[in-house]
Design a protein. Structure first.
Length: 134
């Protein structure tokens, strides 16, 4: 949904108006980027976890939500934003293409377990056991 402004995108997601087919990996990254830029880490974590839970429930995809992956993703994007000179999301992705092209590899550099398929990781946040996000 590149045609939506950041504000429109955030609102459409929050109100569950964004079609689930448009909420792909890049949309997840964009949502985190918007919230981190607008609200900071702590509020972004709270907002996104709450809104994503509501979004997947609204679309009947409760089983898709993964607490650890959500929190880890936000923390990872927060880290990259601290090293970014970009003032807009497309520029941010240009600076850090690995967020799109090697996201799983980035996550795996923090976790020895497969958090993508772990029921425990889906249910609650698991701290990284290889490399912290700080």
């Amino acid at each position: 949904m590149d045609t939506l402004t950041d504000r429109e995108f955030e609102q459409a997601f929050r109100e569950c108006l964004l079609p689930v087919t448009h909420f792909d990996h890049e949309a997840h990254l964009r949502l985190a980027w918007i919230h981190l830029k607008q609200y900071g880490l702590e509020i972004a974590l709270e907002n996104i976890c709450t809104q994503l839970t509501a979004f997947v429930a609204h679309h009947g995809a409760d089983d898709k939500y993964n607490t650890t992956l959500t929190v880890a993703s936000i923390q990872m994007i927060h880290h990259f934003m601290g090293n970014s000179k970009a003032g807009h999301f497309p520029g941010f992705l240009t600076e850090f293409p690995q967020l799109k092209t090697n996201f799983k590899g980035l996550i795996n550099s923090h976790y020895s377990m497969d958090i993508f398929n772990s029921e425990e990781a889906k249910a609650r946040y698991l701290e990284p056991d290889i490399l912290p996000f700080d």
